[in-house]
Design a protein around this ligand. Structure first.
Ligand SMILES: Nc1nc2c(c(=O)[nH]1)N[C@H]1C(S)=C(S)[C@@H](COP(=O)(O)OP(=O)(O)OC[C@H]3O[C@@H](n4cnc5c(=O)[nH]c(N)nc54)[C@H](O)[C@@H]3O)O[C@H]1N2
Ligand SMILES: Nc1nc2c(c(=O)[nH]1)N[C@H]1C(S)=C(S)[C@@H](COP(=O)(O)OP(=O)(O)OC[C@H]3O[C@@H](n4cnc5c(=O)[nH]c(N)nc54)[C@H](O)[C@@H]3O)O[C@H]1N2
Ligand code: SF4
Ligand SMILES: [Mo]
Length: 693
């Protein structure tokens, strides 16, 4: 039976769909008449009847402030004029600078269909290698480390409901109580059944407060901590030798490399007492089933990939990955952070998680696209390197941006603003006039979330159907329509044929393009997703059940064994010194999402969290002579920003924390990049804090 995607479908309580925001992709019903009513779905295991504040208020996105006409240098124009202008300028830039003169930047919030089409548009219509996306700032370190260990990057390689069955869960650098509140239900169920939670975070977060054991390291020292935990496991004879022998390779080098990381040395680097490290190991070793998770706190560092490898090594030594109820997982962040990193908006990637430098992958995808493999460009620059190159000598002169607000969210944002400002052409497709859209030559107003249909792959690797629940306002077009409009103007009607606007048609092509790849969606259909409440990839055929736990029988490496990777600790790129004596770390609060472009326009959320703040310890506040609420100036080598003080004993004395949902904090952050993943060091840089004025 065909699945209805129409907003008119009379579904009791509204249309069954999913949240516009994070990777939990909570199921919700959206009912639209004069008002929008949102109720949680109970049939989606990730949230099972729960929603957070952002989900409950998401209806305001549909009724609130919104772009409804294209803007050309700030003036409202018709679509024909806007798209014609963009196409003319693209032609002119490429005539002068070649195909790579035009770049594309995407986002992990885009549906699979959009992410796929954006990658295809870049390679087939623009023929540019210069495409990357904001997932580079998000999941790239975890992805790089799990690819090298398991041969596959599927955030959680098990259903989220497995957490409730664990005897122990360790979370390194994740604050789910604020970033994915319904996630905590699974942890609470685990604890209610006697399981224990360990949290590693420099702050006593809402999540850490629910933990049985909290380790509070100096920012940027998780790698040493993970090496120290593995040292203890080895020293105590607690390595699962049978598992290591049967299912892994490379342990000897790791065993040798952790020998030097005795606990007292690790305590000196991390500030975590030896007794707490031993307690953490005792909980993990004593557990029948255990799960180790990492979040951005451990990953967003210039050594994020090695840090994740160190936690994966720990999980492997304990025999966890590929065992039912146990494992290692990275907690994906953006709504389609998982699917968005599989289908080709990444600089080195083709659909199905294929590598763009692999001749077989190029041949397969080129055949689906009806082009010559030799015409596909090679790998381009990574996210920050792309932004950094804009408008420079050999860099792109034009940028098309879909689904990101880098003026607020990119590191060293002052420099990024300069680079964006030096372009010959900046085009932004968005629903709202984000800070980045406000500086664009052309703004294209697009449909959002509940106004269109498409698939999203949640943090479990479960492909979901986000159904249209409302009619879009007149004047806006979907990203798929925008891409077709540009393809028509740049390649003629024949060239635009490969750019349909019906998401289902795009998905059917994505299935073929991904077939045989790591992220194989060939057997997934809209009908199956609807009937089965999501299908786990890989799913190579329509009669294949999907793969909730891909590593049970073997890992996705050539020999089926997981690979230990020896790694060494190194300090953050920027260490504190007398001039910049404090660590700045950054992250999220419950009420706002990312750069805040969407949530700062929602009244209820603004009331809950009206402005940025600087969280600092009472002792530090006293030392600086700062009163709660007083405006502080925070200065790094790259910039300065001001925000009120929030004095809180829940943070280390040597560290201050700021959320990045408002412009400001990223003026300070360090764009030092991880050598493998090209992830910027969002989570630690050196600052000084002064009283403003
Ligand atoms: N409310 C809300 N929820 C969101 C989002 C949002 O913007 N707002 N965004 C979504 C997205 S895209 C993502 S990626 C996820 C992110 O989800 P999380 O990873 O949970 O979020 P963060 O707040 O960035 O970082 C988590 C924690 O890392 C800690 N931390 C900082 N430095 C370090 C360090 O050096 N080591 C360790 N161990 N911890 C450190 C911080 O104190 C923070 O509590 O959230 C998703 N959900
Ligand atoms: N200091 C610091 N900086 C960080 C982080 C941190 O922890 N600390 N975290 C990083 C992380 S993990 C992430 S994921 C990034 C996220 O940061 P951004 O990439 O800026 O993400 P958003 O704010 O979600 O921006 C999405 C934009 O796309 C628009 N949009 C939403 N849906 C669609 C759509 O379907 N089509 C189009 N065309 N537009 C759409 C929204 O309105 C919004 O303007 O920030 C990173 N920056
Ligand atoms: S936890 Fe994430 S998906 Fe669920 S309601 Fe909140 S923002 Fe939406
Ligand atoms: Mo993210």
């Amino acid at each position: 039976m065909p699945v209805s995607l129409s907003p008119q479908t009379p579904v009791k309580g509204g249309t069954a769909t999913h949240c516009p925001y994070c990777a939990l992709q909570c199921g919700m019903n959206v009912a639209v008449d004069e008002t929008v009513t949102i109720t949680p779905r109970h049939d989606v295991p990730a949230n099972a009847g729960g929603l957070c504040q952002k989900g409950w208020t998401a209806g305001e996105l549909l009724t609130g402030e919104r772009l409804t006409a294209p803007l050309l240098r700030g003036e409202k124009v018709g679509w024909d004029e806007a798209l014609g202008f963009v196409a003319d300028r693209i032609r002119a830039v490429q005539a002068e600078h070649g195909p790579d003169g035009v770049a594309v930047f995407g986002g992990g919030g885009l549906t699979n269909e959009k992410a796929y089409q954006l990658g295809k548009f870049a390679r087939v219509v623009l023929r540019t290698s210069q495409i990357d996306y904001n997932g580079r700032f998000c999941m790239s370190s975890a992805a790089a480390a799990t690819n090298r260990a398991f041969g596959m990057d599927r955030g959680l390689p098990f259903p989220i409901t497995d957490l409730a069955r664990a005897d122990a869960v360790l979370i390194a650098g994740g604050n789910m109580a604020e970033t994915m509140p319904p996630f905590v239900r699974h942890l609470a169920a685990m604890r209610a059944a006697g399981g224990r939670l360990i949290v590693i975070d420099p702050r006593v977060t809402a999540t850490a407060r629910q933990a049985d054991l909290h380790l509070q390291p100096t920012p940027g020292t998780d790698l040493a901590l993970a090496l120290g935990l593995l040292h203890i496991v080895v020293a105590e004879g607690d390595v699962d030798e049978d598992y290591v022998a049967a299912r892994t390779s490379g342990f000897d080098a790791v065993r040798t490399s952790v020998a030097a990381w005795w606990p007292e040395r690790v305590e000196r680097i991390t500030g975590v007492p030896v007794a707490r490290m031993r307690a953490a190991v005792a909980i993990l070793v004593g557990a029948n089933r255990a799960v180790i998770l990492t979040g951005r706190g451990a990953e967003q560092h210039a050594k994020g990939t090695d840090t994740v490898s160190a936690f994966v090594n720990l999980a492997l030594a304990l025999g966890l990955p590929g065992r039912e109820g146990s494992g290692y997982g990275c907690v994906t962040g953006q709504g389609n952070g998982q699917g968005g990193r599989e289908h080709g908006q990444k600089a080195d990637q083709l659909p199905g998680y294929r590598r763009i430098d692999d001749p077989a992958a190029r041949a397969h995808v080129a055949a689906v696209w009806g082009v010559d493999p030799g015409d596909l460009p090679g790998p381009g620059r990574s996210g920050y390197e792309l932004l950094d190159a804009l408008g420079t000598g050999g860099g792109p002169r034009a940028l098309l941006l879909f689904g990101s607000n880098p003026l607020v969210s990119a590191p060293r944002a002052g420099h990024v603003a300069e680079r964006l400002g030096s372009l010959d052409l900046l085009v932004v497709s968005d629903l709202v006039l984000s800070e980045t859209a406000a500086m664009a030559d052309v703004v294209l107003p697009t449909t959002q979330w509940a106004e269109e249909s498409g698939t999203m792959t949640n943090l479990e690797g479960r492909v979901l159907l986000r159904r249209q629940a409302a009619a879009p306002p007149s004047g806006v077009r979907s990203d798929l329509e925008i891409l077709r409009g540009l393809a028509t103007r740049l390649r003629g009607t024949a060239g635009a044929e490969g750019f349909p606007t019906d998401p289902r048609e795009v998905f059917d092509e994505l299935r073929r393009a991904s077939a045989g790849g790591t992220a194989d969606y060939a057997g997934i259909t809209y009908e199956r997703i609807a009937a089965e409440t999501g299908v786990f990839w890989p799913c190579p055929a329509e009669d294949h059940p999907g793969t909730p736990r891909p590593f049970l029988d073997g890992f996705a490496t050539p020999d089926g064994r997981a690979r230990f990777v020896p790694v060494e600790h190194r300090p953050p790129e920027e260490e504190v010194d007398p001039e910049y004596p404090l660590h700045l770390t950054t992250g999220r609060v419950l009420a706002h999402y990312q750069s805040g472009a969407q949530t700062r326009r929602i009244a209820t959320l603004n009331m809950a969290a009206p402005e940025a703040f600087v969280e600092l310890h009472p002792d530090l506040a006293e030392h600086l002579g700062v009163a709660p609420g007083e405006t502080l100036r925070v200065v790094s080598r790259r910039g300065a920003t001001e925000a009120p003080a929030r004095v809180n004993p829940a943070i280390r004395q040597d560290t201050v924390f700021m959320p990045f949902h408002w412009p400001g904090v990223n003026l300070l952050t360090n764009p030092a990049l991880d050598p493998v993943s090209r992830m910027p060091e969002f989570k630690v840089c050196a600052v000084r804090v002064e009283r403003a004025g």
